[in-house]
Design a protein around this ligand. Structure first.
Ligand code: HEM
Length: 76
């Protein structure tokens, strides 16, 4: 498995973790449970990693072109 495939998998699973944490906070608020203040900062870690991996994924097709498409397999 190549590098970009790993980053894509990491991005995909981080998105699930991020969504689950945000949903859990909303559910807690919905049932009238006020979470501790630090809980609100929890989604920021997966979001920061999503940003980094997302920007990498964004740059991938351009990087492949810049390299003159020498390396096949940058895609998927
Ligand atoms: C925060 C900045 C983010 C950036 C810059 C970003 C960027 C990207 C890019 C460029 C792709 C690849 C699109 C392609 O196929 O060419 C992608 C895929 C994806 N992103 Fe993000 N993303 C970000 C955040 C998120 C968030 C917050 C979620 C969901 C909670 C998310 C979920 C996904 C999923 C599920 C994919 C498809 C992954 C796959 O192909 O398996 N991303 N993102």
């Amino acid at each position: 498995m190549n590098w970009s495939k790993w980053i894509r998998q990491i991005h995909r699973w981080l998105s699930i973790i991020f969504t689950a944490v945000v949903a859990a906070i909303f559910i807690a608020l919905g049932v009238g449970e006020e979470p501790a203040e630090w809980v609100y900062f929890l989604p920021l870690l997966p979001l920061a990693l999503l940003t980094i991996s997302g920007l990498y994924l964004f740059a991938l097709p351009y990087a492949t072109r810049w390299r003159g498409a020498r390396r096949i397999g940058g895609e998927a």
